[in-house]
Design a protein around this ligand. Sequence first.
Ligand SMILES: NC(=O)c1ccc[n+]([C@@H]2O[C@H](COP(=O)([O-])OP(=O)(O)OC[C@H]3O[C@@H](n4cnc5c(N)ncnc54)[C@H](O)[C@@H]3O)[C@@H](O)[C@H]2O)c1
Length: 443
Amino acid sequence: MKICVVGSGYVGLVTGACLADFGMTVTGVDKDAAKIAALERGEIPIYEPGLEEIVAKNVRAGRLRFSTDLAPAIREARAVFIAVGTPPLPDGRADLSFVRQVAEAIGDNLNDYKVVITKSTVPVGTGQMVEKVIRERSGGGQEFAVVSNPEFLREGSAIEDFMRPDRVVIGARTQRAIDVMVDIYAPLQAAGVPFVTANVESSEMIKYASNGFLATKISFINEVAELCEAVGADVEVVARGMGLDERIGPRFLQPGPGFGGSCFPKDTRAVAQIAEEHGLRFEIIDAVLSANTRVQRRMVPKIAAALGGLEGRTLAMLGLAFKGETDDMRESPTIPIIEGLVAGGATVRAFDPAATEQARPLLPASVAYFDDAYEAARGADAVIIATEWNQFRALELDRLRRLLARPLLIDLRNLYAPDRVAAAGLRYVSVGRPEAAPAGVTA
Ligand SMILES: NC(=O)c1ccc[n+]([C@@H]2O[C@H](COP(=O)([O-])OP(=O)(O)OC[C@H]3O[C@@H](n4cnc5c(N)ncnc54)[C@H](O)[C@@H]3O)[C@@H](O)[C@H]2O)c1
């Protein structure tokens, strides 16, 4: 089957490459000419483990190509995936202008029956809008279907998530459209992945309700962590004790500096906004949003307290991206944290394995960037782990201690067992756990 995927960002590129790997013939389209030129040269414009290999393999096999030319890609396709951005507007609503532009182009090029699939995260009612735009632009003579097929992949493990999802959600009005979707995802069905079929509105709602719930879980454990610090409990043990309850489950109970990224902040704000537009209040989501801002903000005084003040301190910041194994800086909690540290008079020396270039324009100009963790740590008053990159789980603690002016590791991701850090001669401050210090070391 010929497929057109519009938008070659994190979601579109992964979707296109994986569908080509399923045997489909895919054209990935983007309006960003530089991005398409890079892809045509075999360069992947984003950092995503495994993506380069799967793109190269399918380009070589002749099943995947890239273009800026949307019209012919639409005309030859049976299925058109819309995977463009839906960034937040100032009031929190999702900006649907890119989705609308694509719908207009589809309407202008509707030469035979097509299934138009919304992969972008879009508010309830967008499917109807897309349908209306296509009908108006095409003149109404040609049959087509609009399907909602939200994406649940996580950056950093996007290929694995696409290839082995917990479920595939298909929101459609007709059996003919569902049949096309089942053909596209046949390898997943064969692998036993559950398919949830729904109407378009329920499918759109599944995505927002899922992200809203996951954000709630994160904010919940972050507030538990704060409480643990106040009462002398250990949040890691508490989370394990909670997570073994099957009704709760262990995932998304990792405390940290607050959630960020391109999805949770935007999607929680959007679902709150959707509720408001319908005369309702999603009170839990409102609380999640304010709790997350507070959790991010509390990291600055927490760091200051560990150091006995920020003025004149030099801090090595490990990790800038909003999570590990990605270069995505969108709404990264490291942005307000570094701003707060710099405003407090600290000097920041930063290292991120992939996000430095994306981070530069978003962070204060005084931040200095280094090519590895140990260079960043040289002469600093503390190392702060801000992102859970796998490589930060295996730092040479002895080496860090020797490089630091003061032996202090502040871990906002709880990557280490406190005793191990203390045994390496470093004072260890983490989230929701009692501080650990080697004998004789003080702030
Ligand atoms: N990133 C994630 O982890 C993730 C996960 C699930 C769902 N989503 C959703 O998927 C959607 C895309 O997210 P993303 O992270 O891939 O965004 P992105 O910004 O990485 O990519 C979007 C791409 O769409 C292109 N584009 C915009 N308008 C276009 C047009 N009219 N024609 C052609 N190309 C156009 C942009 O140039 C860009 O390359 C969003 O709605 C997001 O909420 C993202």
